[in-house]
Design a protein around this ligand. Structure first.
Ligand code: IPM
Ligand code: MG
Length: 360
């Protein structure tokens, strides 16, 4: 029973962190005899440099055929001047859309030893464990019309926030299903006091709730949700929200956990096929310095084993190894210098990979 993973290292620190994550994947592949084979493709800026396209037809076809995709990160300032439709980000958006990866799971959980790394007081974040579910293939990211055009002699930029009832329904169902597996509380975040698209969103979420009587549903405007996230984040179990709101709130939630360098994500289609990637970006400022923290990508491998490949034992083993490395005080720069016990060892990207392999 062989399974194929497409690996897309991408740009910047993407290649460095993915290298460590692939070592971890190979080791659990051996230990648990998972039969996983991986193929690596250029993507984003790296692909644009090679072929003039951020996502080539070959790469897209390989991703379609694969069981799962492991992505590093894409983008960099050198691509700011590329034509808009050739930018690395467009390749990522197209891949999400072509594979219909509408359900984006972004957990924000805090390792107890990293409480002091959070920008909030430790008592506000101790024990934080929440999930942001972001709609990923609709809304203002994809709505038409879009563009920059001239109207009545003046230039205007246009984007459209649009959601079909079917799109809202399927992400709401994902939200309730995830809440059922957790603490059964779902908060739907919208801007229904101003936006019609949110009014429909809320109406449909309330309708879907009828099928999930055990889940306690609440609604929050996005501005208040941003405030609540930094005021009392532990009130949340699962948040379900639209593409743009989820993009913004998930970065804020990530910071609560000490470092965005710790957080994995999964983007799933209706059949559970998925793309797995760290929440952070390609960090061109630290690329090549060995400072990048590979743990978010390593934890993304664990999510891939759990959610798409149905290998919970291998996933648990990775999660335990990462927790043990943190417990031992091994830190990349982004999470270093915060443990008052001063029992820390500062390591680079490869050494962090070594430490996880040793803990496995
Ligand atoms: C993310 C990123 C992307 C997004 C960018 C790189 C297009 O910020 O995955 O959160 O906005 O979706
Ligand atoms: Mg983002």
């Amino acid at each position: 029973m062989s399974k194929t993973i497409v690996v897309l290292p991408g740009d910047g620190i993407g290649t460095e962190i993915v290298e460590q994550a692939v070592r971890v994947l190979e080791q659990v592949n051996d230990t648990h005899k998972l039969g996983i084979q991986s193929q690596t493709y250029a993507f984003g800026g790296a692909s644009y440099d090679e072929s003039g396209e951020p996502l080539t037809d070959d790469t897209l076809a390989a991703c379609r055929a694969a069981d799962a995709i492991l992505l590093g990160a894409i983008g960099g300032p050198q691509y700011d001047k590329a034509p808009r439709d050739k930018r690395p980000e467009r390749g990522l958006l197209r891949l999400r859309s072509e594979l219909d990866l509408f359900s984006n799971l972004r957990p924000a959980m805090l390792f107890p030893e990293l409480a002091a790394a959070s920008s909030l007081k430790p008592e506000l974040v101790a024990g934080l464990d929440m999930m942001i579910l972001r709609e990923l293939t609709g809304g203002i990211y994809f709505g038409e019309p879009r563009g920059i055009e001239t109207r009545d002699g003046r230039r205007v930029g246009v984007n459209t926030m649009v959601y079909g009832e079917d799109e809202i329904r399927r992400i709401a169902v994902s939200g309730f299903e995830i809440a059922m597996q957790r603490n059964k509380r779902l908060c739907s975040v919208d801007k229904a006091n101003v936006l019609e698209v949110s009014e429909l969103w809320r109406e449909v979420v309330i309708d879907v709730a009828k099928d999930y009587p055990d889940v306690e549903l609440s609604h929050m405007y996005v501005d208040n949700a941003a405030m609540q996230l930094v005021r009392a984040p532990k009130q949340f179990d699962v948040i379900v929200t639209s593409n743009l709101f989820g993009d913004i709130l998930s970065d804020a939630a990530a910071m609560l956990t000490g470092s965005i360098g710790m957080l994995p994500s999964a983007s799933l289609d209706a059949n559970g096929k998925g793309m797995y990637e760290p929440v952070h970006g390609s960090a061109p400022d630290i690329a090549g310095t060995g400072k990048a923290n590979p743990l978010a990508t390593i934890l993304s491998v664990s999510m891939m084993l759990r959610y798409t490949l149905n290998e919970p034992a291998a996933a648990d083993q990775i999660d335990k190894a990462v927790a043990s490395v943190i417990k031992q005080g091994i830190r990349c720069a982004d999470i270093a210098g915060t443990d008052s016990s001063a029992n820390e060892t500062l390591v680079n990207t490869v050494q962090m990979g070594d430490a996880v392999l040793a803990a496995l």
